[in-house]
Every structure is written in structure tokens, then in C-alpha cells.
Design a binder for this molecule. Structure first.
Ligand code: AMP
Ligand code: ZN
Length: 461
């Protein structure tokens, strides 16, 4: 089997993937949604990339233990550790409690995953269910001398680490020299909050006791703490969107190096942005498209999966309605082509094509080329049963649920149904002239009528 090669952003190189525990499961951690609002289709591009990775790992025979967090506290509106908690802001926007919106948007997120045929994670872990782990983590960092206190929280001292920012190849001198922003009590621009205190005299909806005072954890600590809890100090692959490289993942690595001396994951992989009108699609930018927005316009959510599969995950993709139209048409044709292949006799996949498919997907998840190969198979001259079996096997990775699809039933109008009934009566009384006349009338209305032993069938022409 061709070796699975993946692009690791930590080493900035393509590396052969070898599991850390050859006999166990591959450990995979993917940063999940911040549940203060619906996720937009840009977010789902990243989740689709991660789903593709998981499917490719499975294709290669690995069992995958996939942990995804739900950020339901601590993600502030500004990455510089100022601003409001997004959850509290979302609660105000909707008139619900922070706990209620966390539940509402988590359910909506899981529902969208289902619609996109994204497999649910093995473990879905909420930040608010893991406060004790986060406090224990921060306490360890404090013991090791990596923290300091300001009037609004406990901060990680990034100057204690020589190689802080290696993942992002951060130029610290450049950052320091060019800074014009108000650091507040932070000692260094890259330092980040581990624990924030509830503002004096204010009761937050989400707050907890801690050794440092009542408050809530920072965003970065939740992922390191939950990843370590479920996957250990050093696991196989950590993923997220490209925006996580410079801050969130950089800080996850810093904390973990400080606590246990590892960079947390062997591979760091990132999905590149979905753009809309030349800008990153973002919730904070106001208008954004949801999966439901696509459904409302008559698209099948899997057309969005198809669109994402046409671009490699390490290239940005610009969303346009024309591109989604093309994806919907292509998906329909693929489904129809597959559906027209006979289910009996059952065939077996073609070994040479499976090998070619593996070569594509194992080349850093080249799903666009794997998708192109599906078309080659569908249009080619293989034995039909082999064709069906090969495409069904490809679908384990592409995820279009081909085998479960059947053409939508087109409603027969009352007029056509009445004509068909009248024709059945005419045939019964052997009135062939009338029966032919009615058939012509039915044809002229766009329907074909087929006589069968048990009556008749109507099919669109
Ligand atoms: P969030 O809910 O903001 O925490 O984001 C969830 C995931 O979506 C993260 O992995 C982000 O990096 C990713 N993401 C955010 N915006 C985009 C975008 N426009 N295109 C692709 N991925 C994105
Ligand atoms: Zn994360």
C-alpha cells in the first residue's frame, strides 16, 4: 500500500505518517466550535477536512480515537485576552442564558455534522465539564514558574520559553518592535490568559472557584487540558483551521511544553480558509452562510461536501453560488450514475483502481484527484458490478452516501393520475383506440406509462 504522507505544519514538511502506538488507536484532536452562534460554512470546510483525514486514516486500517471539544466558555471576542466572553455576549444577543445557548448551538452543530455526513467524534468534550482538569493544569504551570498574576487574571509568561511561537515561526522581536497596542498589565504581547477573574462586583453566568479566585478559564488551556486528559501527553495528530496556527495552537504547544515537555501532537495539520468576497468567512463579520442557508435555497448539504472536495485542504477556497450550482449538478450526476448500476450480481472492487485511489488520498489527502478518479471509473468501461463495488468503496472516503441515495419521487398530478385510471378502464374493456388516445395525452403531459402484471407505472419522460 502506498505510504500515507501528511503535511505537518510544525516541521513545515510532508512526513510519512506512522502511528505512535502501532497496535492501538490513532489519537486525533480537532478544535471544535465555539457555541455562541451557529457555525458557518467556513467552519464546516475545516470540519470536512478533518472528516476526510479521519476517513483516510481508517482506509489505511487505523482505528481512530477522535476527541473534539465544544468551547462553551472562555473564548473572548479579542485574541489579545481583552473583550467580552463570546458566550456571555451571545446570551445577551439572544435573550437566553449562556448555558441555554451552549446547548442550542451544540445541538445545531451536531445536526449539521449529520447533514454533511461528518462522522461524530469518539469523544465530544465540553470545556465547562473539564474545569477541574484546567485548574490542575494551571496549578502545575504555576508550580513550575510559568505564570504571573495581574489584576484581571493569571497569565502564561511566554518569555520563559526560548522557542515560543515555533509552530507559527513567530518573529518575536518584530512583534515587540512593531507593537502599538496597549498591553495593559501583560508583560509581553504574546503572553496569554490562563484564568480570568470575574469582574469585581459582577456575577458572571459561567464562573467557578479556583485557587486564584472566582473566574473562568482562558480558551487555549481547555484544548491542552482535554487533549491530555483523553489522548495523553503526546498523541498523533492535532487539527484546526489555519487561524489557529499563530495564537491558539501556538499557545497550546507552549503550555504543554511547559507542563510535560512535549509539543502535544506529532503532527499539526490545518485546514485553509473558505473565503467569501475575498475575505475570510467569519461570524464576527456579520452576515454569514449556514448549512441551513444552503438548504433554504434548495441545495442538498452534500453538494457543499462535494464543493469542498474539489479543492485541496491546504489551499483557500472561494465560495460562490455558481461553484455550488456546479457541485450540486456534479453530485446529482454521480448519484444517478451510481444508482443506475445494477445491485446484482454483487461485484468486488477493482484492485488496480483501489491502489490508484489510495495513492491519491495518501498523498496528503488529495481528495480532488480521488474525486476525479471516481468520474473516470463511472465513465469507463469496467464490468458494471465491479464499477459499482469500486465506487461504493471510494465512497467510504468521499462520503456522499451513494448507496443510500435514490432518485427523488416526482409527484404525479391529479390530471395525469385520472387519465391513467381512465386508460386502465379502457384497457379492461378492450377499447384500444381510447387506451391509445389516453396514452398520447399522458405522454404529452411529460409522463411515460408502462403496463405491468399488477397494473401500470408512471415515469417522467
Ligand atoms: P470557532 O467556532 O470560531 O472556534 O471555529 C471552528 C473551526 O472553524 C476552527 O477550526 C476554525 O479555525 C475554523 N474556521 C473559522 N473560520 C473559518 C473559515 N472561514 N474557513 C475555514 N475554517 C474556518
Ligand atoms: Zn482548540
Amino acid at each position: 500500500m502506498p505510504t500515507l504522507t501528511l503535511y505537518d505544519n510544525y516541521t513545515r514538511s510532508l512526513r510519512a505518517f506512522k502511528p505512535l502506538h502501532p497496535d492501538g488507536e490513532v489519537g486525533l484532536y480537532t478544535c471544535g466550535p465555539t457555541v455562541y452562534d451557529y457555525q458557518h460554512i467556513g467552519n464546516y470546510r475545516t470540519f470536512l477536512f478533518e472528516d476526510g483525514l479521519k476517513r483516510v486514516l481508517r482506509w489505511n486500517g487505523y482505528a481512530v480515537k477522535h476527541v473534539m471539544n465544544i468551547t462553551d466558555v472562555g473564548h473572548l471576542t479579542s485574541d489579545a485576552d481583552s473583550g467580552e466572553d463570546k458566550m456571555e455576549k451571545g446570551a445577551r444577543r439572544t435573550g437566553k442564558t449562556a448555558w441555554e445557548i451552549a446547548e442550542l448551538y451544540t445541538v445545531a452543530f451536531l445536526d449539521d455534522l449529520q447533514k454533511l455526513a461528518i462522522d461524530a467524534p469518539t469523544i465530544l468534550s465540553r470545556a465547562t465539564d473539564h474545569i477541574a482538569e484546567q485548574i490542575a493544569f494551571i496549578a502545575d504551570l504555576e508550580r513550575k514558574g510559568y505564570t504571573y498574576r495581574t489584576s484581571d487574571g493569571i497569565y502564561f509568561d511566554t518569555t520563559k520559553q526560548e522557542d515560543y511561537g515555533y509552530l507559527a515561526r513567530l518573529n518575536r522581536e518584530g512583534l515587540e518592535g512593531g507593537k502599538r497596542i496597549n498591553l495593559g498589565e501583560k508583560r509581553c504581547i504574546t503572553d496569554f490568559a490562563l484564568w480570568k477573574f470575574s469582574p469585581l462586583g459582577e456575577k458572571r453566568q459561567m464562573e467557578w472557584e479556583s485557587p486564584w479566585g472566582v473566574g473562568f478559564p482562558g480558551w487555549h488551556i481547555e484544548c491542552s487540558a482535554m487533549a491530555q486528559r483523553y489522548l495523553g501527553d503526546f498523541f498523533d495528530i492535532h487539527c484546526g483551521g489555519e487561524d489557529h496556527i499563530s495564537i491558539h495552537h501556538t499557545n497550546e504547544i507552549a503550555q504543554t511544553e511547559a507542563r510535560v515537555g512535549t509539543r502535544l501532537a506529532n503532527f499539526w495539520m490545518h485546514g485553509y480558509f473558505l473565503l467569501l468576497n475575498d475575505a475570510k468567512m467569519a461570524k464576527s463579520a456579520g452576515a454569514f452562510l449556514r448549512i441551513q442557508s444552503l438548504i433554504d435555497r434548495g441545495y442538498d448539504p452534500l453538494s457543499y461536501r462535494y464543493l469542498c472536495l474539489t479543492a485541496h485542504y491546504r489551499k483557500q477556497l472561494t465560495f460562490t453560488w455558481d461553484a455550488l450550482d456546479a457541485a450540486q449538478i456534479a453530485l446529482d450526476r454521480l448519484r444517478e450514475g451510481f444508482h443506475a448500476l445494477p445491485t446484482t450480481p454483487a461485484g468486488t472492487p477493482d484492485a488496480a483502481l483501489i491502489e490508484r485511489f489510495t495513492t491519491e488520498i495518501n498523498d496528503d489527502l488529495n481528495l480532488p484527484r480521488a474525486l476525479a478518479l471516481s468520474w473516470e471509473v463511472l465513465r469507463g468501461s469496467l464490468d458494471l458490478a465491479v464499477k459499482r463495488a469500486t465506487l461504493a468503496r471510494f465512497d467510504d472516503v468521499l462520503g456522499f452516501r451513494l448507496a443510500a441515495w435514490s432518485p427523488p419521487e416526482i409527484a404525479v398530478s391529479d390530471t395525469v393520475r385520472t387519465l391513467a385510471e381512465e386508460r386502465a378502464l379502457a384497457r379492461k374493456s378492450k377499447n384500444w383506440t381510447e387506451s391509445d388516445r389516453l396514452r398520447d395525452a399522458i405522454n404529452s403531459m411529460g409522463w411515460e406509462i408502462e403496463d405491468a402484471a399488477d397494473g401500470y407505472r408512471l415515469k417522467p419522460r
